[in-house]
Design a protein around this ligand. Structure first.
Ligand code: NDP
Length: 397
């Protein structure tokens, strides 16, 4: 029986609140706090159980500490933005509370996410006897757990991993992003990067393209990108020689993105407009559809998973572990599209492992460092069932 504080009442926060509310035995009290309290009110009004709400600017450490002291949660589930990771970790340390997030820290003025800032909290969390669980969304999150599960049950050594993230959903807008537009566009316009034979290899943004025939949704173009789970998986998976991350984009999305880039709308440095400084990407976010509003009209499915090759008892082996998620089914359950759903459900499941004691640790942990079995069972129980199939060989792209 534990109270949790969810910070961030966006698309993902809505799903976390709904899913925690479905498990009163684990989440006995639920607080939802965000910068804009009307979003908390809206989400609380959708849920058939009392959700306590609060206004918070999570960039303000003092205010955060006061809020956590007042509520006394066992765990803070941070699903606001990556810019707040360190402030919320500081507040958890100051108040003696555990921490969970779904995205690693990224400085506001530099699109360069990395784990180094959060890994630097290792000693402080250990000394405080508290746990920080990093990356409990889908990717990072479930994809990391798929790799840990494969390592535990299917392989002696893993040599190659390709993470493939496909969204075949259609939201009916000419251009929109499925999660926070600012974070999404910063990620997509960055250089690609993959790890091979002990070193990082960098590529121009979206310059490497292949086609993959996904289960259920069929063939799609996939583009090589850098994604944060690569950084921790190269440390935690035995024998790894190569790891890459691929995402699908439609021609329409890419054409819009190119134009926005070419005209300067994806810039994150301030420009002067009518005597005031403004950041083009933040303005763009304000005029794009709110991802939380896309659910009602989004149709189609996502397929996210890992193709993993390696050796078992001396023989070559390749498996594909994946989940299929349906946008409309998600909306029916929690008023949200599948991208927020596939992030919010694993955040709830990670929180459940921590609160139930299954993952009780001290220090800073990436999710693949913990035993995957109970988390994998819970994915099947709570809305993200997965499949494992054996493939003849690793795709040759
Ligand atoms: P949204 O933009 O929909 O929601 C973010 C929420 O955080 C908004 O309600 C916003 O409030 C609030 N917020 C922003 N800044 C602050 C602040 N300083 N203090 C308090 N609240 C704040 O984003 P999503 O829900 O789509 O994404 C949430 C997180 O999930 C992001 O970090 C994203 O990177 C991560 N994510 C992870 C994925 C994974 O698989 N691991 C996949 C998708 C997302 P306001 O509306 O008032 O601005």
């Amino acid at each position: 029986m534990s109270t949790v504080l969810i910070i961030g009442a966006g698309g993902v926060g809505r799903v976390v609140a709904h899913k925690c509310a479905q498990l009163p035995d684990v989440f006995s009290g639920i607080w939802l706090a965000s910068r804009n309290i009307s979003k908390c009110e809206q989400i609380a009004s959708e849920i058939d159980r009392e959700i306590f709400i609060a206004q918070i600017d999570a960039d303000n450490l003092e205010a955060l500490i006061m809020l956590i002291q007042r509520i006394q949660p066992k765990l803070v589930i941070h699903v606001a933005l990556p810019y707040q990771d360190l402030t919320i970790m500081d507040a958890c340390l100051a108040t003696g509370v555990d921490y969970l997030d779904t995205a690693n820290y990224e400085p506001l003025h530099k699109a360069k996410f990395a784990y180094k800032w959060q890994w630097a909290y290792q000693d402080r969390f250990q000394k405080a006897g508290r746990m920080a669980l990093l990356g409990s969304g889908f990717d990072p999150g479930v994809t990391n757990v798929f790799c840990a599960y494969a390592q535990k049950h299917f392989f002696d050594t893993i040599e190659s991993i390709d993470i493939l993230d496909a969204n075949a959903g259609d939201h009916g807008h000419p251009f929109a992003t499925n999660f926070n537009p600012e974070i999404n566009i910063r990620e997509v316009t960055a250089n690609g990067r993959f790890w091979e034979e002990g070193e990082w290899k960098e590529t121009a943004p979206l310059s490497i393209k292949n086609t993959f025939d996904f289960p259920v949704i069929g063939p799609k173009d996939v583009y090589l990108m850098y994604h944060e789970e690569l950084e921790s998986l190269i440390q935690n998976i035995n024998g790894l020689k190569r790891i890459r991350f691929w995402m699908t984009f439609s021609e329409q999305y890419l054409t819009h993105l190119k134009v926005l880039e070419n005209v300067g709308m994806t810039r994150i440095d301030p420009v002067l407009y009518e005597g005031k400084e403004m950041i083009p990407l933040q303005f763009l976010k304000a005029v794009l559809p709110d991802p939380a509003s896309l659910g009602e009209h989004t149709k189609g499915k996502t397929c996210i998973g890992c193709i993993i090759s390696g050796k078992k008892e001396g023989a070559d082996k390749t498996i594909y572990i994946y989940n299929i998620c349906d946008h409309e089914a998600c909306f029916e359950e929690v008023n949200s599209q599948a991208i927020s759903y596939t992030t919010g459900v694993p955040a709830m499941i990670g929180a459940k492992q921590m609160l139930s004691g299954k993952w009780k640790q001290t220090g800073v942990w990436n999710i693949e460092q913990l035993d995957p079995d109970s988390f994998m069972n819970d994915l099947n129980k709570f809305g993200l069932p997965w499949q494992v199939v054996e493939l003849d060989k690793h795709p040759d792209f």
